[in-house]
Design a protein around this ligand. Structure first.
Ligand code: FAD
Length: 261
């Protein structure tokens, strides 16, 4: 079984600041981490390999420093890592990002692809489904458990409102996972040492034969108009009335005045 896990290096969002002029995240000086959902995706991939055999390749698109995120995946136990990195990818929206990743997945070859549910910086949850669409693959989002694996399909639990759905997914498939899929393991000391010495495959846009009109800014129909931190204003008011009905009337009036109702 050829397993690919898509991993994004993200800024530690507790410290992220926004450039109000360029409408971009200020990444300089902000520590980078592996997207937490992607660590769970790596864990899910490793557990799948342990149970059913196979080879796990971690894949990332990003600047050269995204190599650090891939080394963490290798330290956790991934067999190989691929970084697609090229100036031509700059300015990519989720469509162009998923296109480039899909091309890389195709080049690696995959029977099963794991993604995180979403990235904690971009937060769109579009890249996983985008990859599946580009490759015309089955996709299941919000996966919390792989219950059974068969030759041509998987049985997976998918979180939904108030419970979960049991989904039969024809393979090859892409699974976008929730944190519930598995607590990421700590890399062993030996794993960490080997990961530091490991070779990471690096591919450019040309290596994955990505046409320039499909990648980076050229392949990105989305325009960010504005990015900002919403102002939070906390007002509290204690409502008082002789009984519950009167209290409800006062509350409804207040909500109408605030144009919420
Ligand atoms: C107009 C526009 C311009 C942009 N320009 C830039 C830019 O110049 N530089 C920049 O860094 N970002 C840029 N972005 C943001 C970039 O498009 C997103 O970070 C990227 O597409 C991932 O989207 P997301 O963060 O919402 O991921 P999600 O869709 O929430 O991620 C879901 C899952 O997909 C996988 N995944 C997502 N991204 C990657 C990745 N890069 N590598 C491997 N796996 C991944 C992970 O498994 C992740 O858990 C831009 C966005 C827009 C809309």
């Amino acid at each position: 079984m050829r397993i690919v896990v898509c991993v994004k290096q993200v800024p530690d969002t507790t410290e992220v600041k926004i450039d109000p002029v360029k409408n971009t995240l200020i990444r300089d000086g902000v520590p980078s981490i592996v997207n937490p959902f992607d660590e769970c995706a790596v864990e899910a991939a490793l557990r799948f390999r342990e149970e059913h055999g196979g080879r796990v390749t971690a894949l990332s698109m990003g600047p050269p420093q995204a190599e650090t995120a891939l080394r963490k995946c290798l330290a956790m136990g991934a067999d190989a890592a691929v970084l697609i990195s090229d100036r031509a990818f700059a300015g990519a929206d989720t469509l162009a990002t998923s296109f480039a990743l899909a091309r890389a997945v195709q080049k690696i070859g995959a029977d099963l692809i794991f993604c995180g549910k979403m990235a904690i910086d971009g937060d769109t949850a579009q890249v996983g489904p985008g990859i599946a669409e580009h490759l015309s693959l089955t996709q299941v989002t919000n996966v919390q458990k792989i219950k059974e694996a068969h030759a041509d399909h998987l049985l997976v639990e998918r979180v939904c409102d108030g419970g979960y759905e049991l989904v039969r997914a024809k393979t090859p498939a892409l699974l976008a996972v929730e944190k519930a899929v598995g607590e990421p393991r700590y890399p062993s000391v030996r794993g960490s040492v080997l990961a530091q010495q490991a070779e990471i495959t690096k591919w450019s846009a040309a290596d994955i034969e990505a046409p320039e009109e499909k990648i980076g800014l050229n392949g990105s129909p989305t325009q960010v108009m504005q990015i900002f931190t919403p102002e939070t204003q906390l007002h509290s008011e204690m409502l008082q009335a002789p009984n519950e009905d009167a209290l409800c009337d006062i509350l409804i009036d207040k909500l109408r005045q605030a144009e919420i109702l």
